[in-house]
Ligand binder design. Structure first.
Ligand code: HEC
Length: 126
């Protein structure tokens, strides 16, 4: 009897983890996001940034980690900077930059990029 219960629990667990894996494949940042990365957003533009750039440019992202080495660590998070121009961001996104792969219009439309740029180009947040 005890074995049956354990088996049921095991298969339930496996079924749950399988569906979880599918979720993660779609958006790997959901993996432990609550503890690793802030995914909250206060505006549609910020939500877009989180969706398209946040996995690399928020906490623990590959972009943040690499930029912490290349520029000053206090300027590693793009959202905390005030030295980025719209033109620079657009070029970095469309052509790629160093270890950052280029992002095509299929992934982020010009309209979406404009919103993301408007989210990044503004005075430093407190
Ligand atoms: C796959 C991960 C990844 C994604 C997605 C990504 N980036 Fe990057 N980004 C990087 C990395 C890595 C660097 C650092 C490149 C280097 O210095 O070699 C970088 C650098 C940059 C820089 C240059 C910063 C500087 O000081 O020179 C800008 C601007 C930038 N990214 C904007 C964006 C925006 C906007 C998006 C979303 C549309 C985005 N990135 C999506 C990985 C990414």
């Amino acid at each position: 009897m005890k074995t049956t219960v354990t088996c049921l629990a095991m298969s339930l667990f496996l079924a749950l983890s399988a569906s979880g894996a599918e979720e993660k494949a779609k958006d790997w940042t959901s993996m432990g996001s609550a503890t690793v990365q802030a995914r909250g957003a206060n505006s549609p533009a910020e939500a877009l940034y989180v969706e398209k750039c946040g996995m690399c440019h928020r906490q623990m992202g590959m972009g943040t980690v690499i930029l912490a080495r290349r520029v000053d660590p206090t300027r590693a998070m793009l959202e905390q900077r005030n030295d980025l121009t719209a033109e620079y961001i657009r070029i970095a996104v469309r052509t790629g930059l160093g270890n950052m792969p280029r992002v095509s219009r299929g992934e982020v439309t010009d309209e979406q990029l404009a919103a993301i740029v408007s989210h990044l180009v503004k005075p430093v947040k407190p």
